[in-house]
Design a protein around this ligand. Structure first.
Ligand code: AMP
Length: 222
């Protein structure tokens, strides 16, 4: 099953994608995570991407396309994937169509996680991320059991530099300008399903599972 999670920053794409990927035994492909890993390792891509990310801007399409093509060469995507953070604009949507077409694949489901601005700001400015496994927590909504320590792998939690309120507002502006048009793109392809992502993560997850189950016969059976 090939699923795209679409929505503004703070919609919970990463949180949902991580759980779905485990449940469906599919790879979670997050372009943001891959870019952050490159920044951390100071690769050529990381060095080029860093300034864009720190400002809350999109990293140039060609750089991200190359990175994605490389990821799609891995054999684990054969059974499907949960894509989070890509595409971010129409050029990227068409790049993805091209990559999939070459592999005789298509997208099965695009879930648009519709989220209101106050919820986005509250979620992102309180978000904590694990520096090792990438798990997300929230200082109020989903606090870790131990202060600043990941419940899953015990590594250190940190605040993403682009989760400061000013940068969050910039990322939202970029989302409205560039990414929101994808809602119509996937609507016209009859792939889009809209959910309110202001709800708690478990409620949203249940709805996504319901949608996926409707697309394919019981993809959640053990
Ligand atoms: P995310 O983790 O998805 O919120 O992404 C964090 C940052 O990484 C974004 O604000 C962008 O700077 C960059 N980024 C992630 N995915 C993409 C993409 N598909 N295209 C361009 N930039 C991206």
């Amino acid at each position: 099953m090939r699923i795209i999670l679409l929505g503004p920053p703070g919609a919970g794409k990463g949180t949902q994608a991580k759980i779905l990927a485990e449940k469906l035994n599919l790879p979670h492909i997050s372009t943001g995570d891959i870019l952050r890993q490159n920044v951390k390792e100071a690769t050529a891509l990381g060095l080029q991407a860093r300034a864009f990310m720190d400002r809350g801007d999109l990293v140039p399409d060609e750089l991200v396309a190359k990175m994605l093509m490389h990821r799609f060469e891995q054999p684990d995507i054969k059974e499907g994937f949960i894509l989070d953070g890509y595409p971010r604009n129409l050029v990227q949507a068409k790049t993805l169509d091209g990559i999939l077409q070459k592999k005789n694949m298509g997208v099965d489901l695009v879930v648009y996680l519709d989220t209101s601005e106050p919820v986005i700001i509250q979620r992102l400015t309180g978000r904590l991320v694990c520096s090792k496994c990438g798990a997300n927590f929230h200082i109020k909504n989903m606090p870790p059991k131990r202060d600043a320590v990941c419940d899953y792998c015990g590594d250190r939690l940190y605040q993403r530099s682009d989760d400061k309120e000013e940068t969050v507002r910039k990322r939202l502006e970029v989302y409205r300008k560039e990414t929101a048009s994808l809602i119509q793109y996937y609507q016209e392809m009859q792939k889009l399903h809209r959910l309110s992502a202001d709800e708690d993560a478990e409620v949203v997850l249940k709805s996504i599972i319901g949608l996926a189950a409707g697309i394919q016969d019981d993809p959640f059976k053990e």
